[in-house]
Design a protein around this ligand. Structure first.
Ligand code: BG6
Ligand code: MG
Length: 225
């Protein structure tokens, strides 16, 4: 039986990737002398802050150039700038269809939790005016491994006190879909169906996401014995 929804945030509920990109591009250029491009940005999606810095350093062939404390300093600087960018977010930054979708699942009595790798997720939900929809938020600082490890989605279901088999996970990133599947949950991909082919159900854009379609596909995948 379907009992709850575990959401990714960036790329599913709102588009923060452009702000992460803007902030990393500035730090990479000013501090590291590295010019990043959109294809590097793709590799930062769903990846933790420090892992993102490591992706950029590897791209610039500077993997071993800095100490851990210097790297922590760069990450803090990036985050300070990122926070200044997201501080202007409002409900108008919710991706098309997602407010209605959240209303529909709330009205259906399902649990809702957040499984975002971002330590800024609570701040973003506040800006979007969506905090009250969420019964639980996974704290990424408490996790041992990031996506595609299942830990974050497993925790998202556990916080709702439901089994993974009773949960739907929603993701826009390949690593996120892999994490949902590895957690034993039903995976809904949002984005390019070719890229997200491991999902159980796919919507090309957030505007297409519809609760009845998810419920039907979930039931078809879980036939009553
Ligand atoms: C994910 C983003 O949601 O959060 C990544 O897709 C980001 O790009 C990660 O690096 C960590 O975010 P934060 O806000 O903790 O630096
Ligand atoms: Mg995402």
């Amino acid at each position: 039986m379907l009992k709850g929804f575990v959401f990714d945030l960036d790329g599913v509920i709102t588009d923060t990737a452009r702000f992460h990109y803007q902030a990393w591009a500035k730090i990479a250029k000013d501090e590291l002398g590295i010019t990043i491009n959109p294809s590097v940005n793709e590799q930062l999606k769903g990846v933790s802050r420090m892992d993102s810095l490591n992706v950029i350093l590897r791209f610039g062939n500077q993997e071993n150039r800095y100490t851990e404390s210097q790297k922590a300093q760069f990450a803090t600087e990036k985050n300070d700038y990122y926070i200044s960018l997201i501080s202007h977010m409002t409900p108008s930054d919710i991706l098309p269809g997602m407010k209605q979708f959240l209303d529909d699942i709330k009205a259906g009595g399902y649990g809702i939790s957040l499984a975002s790798a971002s330590k800024n997720a609570p701040r973003i939900l506040t800006g979007l005016g969506l905090t009250d929809y969420f019964d639980a938020i996974v704290d990424p600082a408490t996790l041992h491994r990031g996506k595609p490890d299942p830990e974050i989605f497993a925790r998202g279901a556990a916080l709702l006190k439901i089994a993974p088999s009773e949960a739907v996970g929603l993701e826009d990133a390949v690593a996120g879909i892999q994490a949902i599947k590895a957690a034993g949950e039903f995976a809904v991909g949002i984005g390019d169906p070719k890229l997200l082919h491991q999902a159980d159900l796919n919507f090309t854009t957030t505007a297409d996401v519809a609760l009845p379609k998810i419920v039907d596909a979930f039931m078809a995948a879980h036939p009553v014995q």
